[in-house]
Design a protein around this ligand. Structure first.
Ligand code: KG4
Ligand code: ZN
Length: 349
């Protein structure tokens, strides 16, 4: 089986062709970073228009790289949510159009499920496994039981972790997106220089909070002598921030591992996914945690950690194999939690 995947939920316009033997036949990602850079963040209207302008060409490119036409496909998958509604509409309508014209099954994929199942595409991980999903919009720890079956063990009470990286980068005058730049600067800095808090560390459960850490960074910057920040100041702040994030992740994941082991016997793998999983220091800390706890650690290749359409095509294939397809009346969902538990008001997915 071969599925075309389409991803337009945020600021990447992406299309990919994947088969059920785990071959990524084409994987095209067109980033809109340049369009949004001047604003220091994503502007939803600009994102929607850019998806509309470029998606046809991105799909054509993916089909041509895979060396096939629509007749070779067994299904069309598109991100159905969560995400920015304008972009979701563009991707879903395009996928429905192709599906209707070709008489193919349509699959509306949850973007988070795309991230969650990537490790099965790249590393053949079996159910159940523990998933740390850390991106610009999400920060959750989930027990992945099966396709479509997730239990949330922890979530952020305020900012997503990637958002915290981006905001710290902005405070330090670094570019957008901030994560990669903070990581680069942190490698040159001294993590012991600034004494930053480790929010939630040591508390029961596996929830996160990053707003206090962000505020502490702002106060530490304000306490420096007036004038432009020196390269050393920036590098030391990045290193101190990244170290605090690492400590928090290790503490929260450590708790989640204990819960997971008790509740899901047989599970022995921690998977990390989402854009922040591209951070080498984050990976190193988690790998070390797994080694100490006798768990297997799986992190997909960097290009499949950040937003892409191969993960959407793969999640579509997993659903298609189960006969779990969607009708053409599917409506895009700006909010779409993976787990069945009700979330407190105001808490992000
Ligand atoms: O998964 P993703 O591409 O999009 C969302 O679904 O949000 O994640 C993007 C986020 C951004 O906040 C970006 O700053 C962060 O992932 N990110 C990183 C790194 N690369 C990307 N954060 C820390 N270190 C990195 N190397
Ligand atoms: Zn994502």
């Amino acid at each position: 089986m071969i599925v075309l995947g389409i991803e337009t939920s945020c600021d990447e316009t992406a299309a990919a062709v994947v088969d059920d033997r785990r071959n990524v036949l084409a994987d095209v990602v067109l980033s809109q970073i340049e369009e949004h850079r001047a604003y220091g963040g994503i502007v939803p209207e600009i994102a929607a228009r850019a998806h509309l302008d470029t998606l046809d060409g991105v799909i054509r490119e993916a089909m041509s790289r895979a060396g096939m036409d629509f007749a070779a496909l067994d299904g069309i998958a598109a991100t159905g949510g969560p995400g920015l509604i304008g972009g979701l509409i563009v991707g879903v309508m395009t996928a429905k159009g192709i599906a209707a014209a070709r008489g193919l099954p349509f699959l509306a994929v949850n973007h988070l499920e795309g991230h969650a199942l990537t490790a099965r595409l790249t590393d053949q991980v079996g159910f159940p496994y523990l998933l740390l999903l850390v991106s610009g919009g999400h920060c959750q720890i989930l027990a992945v039981e099966a396709v479509g079956s997730y239990r949330r063990l922890g979530t952020t009470l305020d900012d997503a972790i990637g958002e915290a990286f981006d905001k710290v980068a902005k405070m330090l005058g670094l570019g957008y997106p901030g994560g990669p730049e903070v990581e680069r600067r942190a490698a040159l800095g001294r993590s012991a220089r600034f004494d930053l808090p480790r929010p939630m560390a040591g508390r029961p459960g596996s929830d996160f909070s990053f707003s206090g850490l962000k505020t502490a960074v702002r106060h530490a910057i304000e306490a420096l002598p007036a004038g432009p920040l020196g390269d050393d100041d920036v590098a030391d702040m990045c290193a101190s921030f990244q170290d605090a994030v690492g400590d928090v992740l290790v503490d929260r994941c450590g708790h989640a591992m204990a819960t997971f082991r008790a509740g899901w016997p047989g599970g022995d793998t921690l998977v990390v996914a989402g854009g922040v999983a591209a951070n080498r220091e984050v990976r190193r800390r988690l790998e070390d945690l797994c080694r100490r706890n006798g768990m297997r650690f799986v992190a997909p290749p960097l290009a499949l950690c950040t937003d892409n359409a191969a993960m959407i095509a793969w999640a579509g294939l997993e659903r298609l194999a189960l006969g779990d397809v969607d009708g053409l009346d599917f409506a895009p969902r700006p909010r779409w939690p993976l787990d069945p538990d009700a979330r407190p008001a105001g808490v992000k997915a």
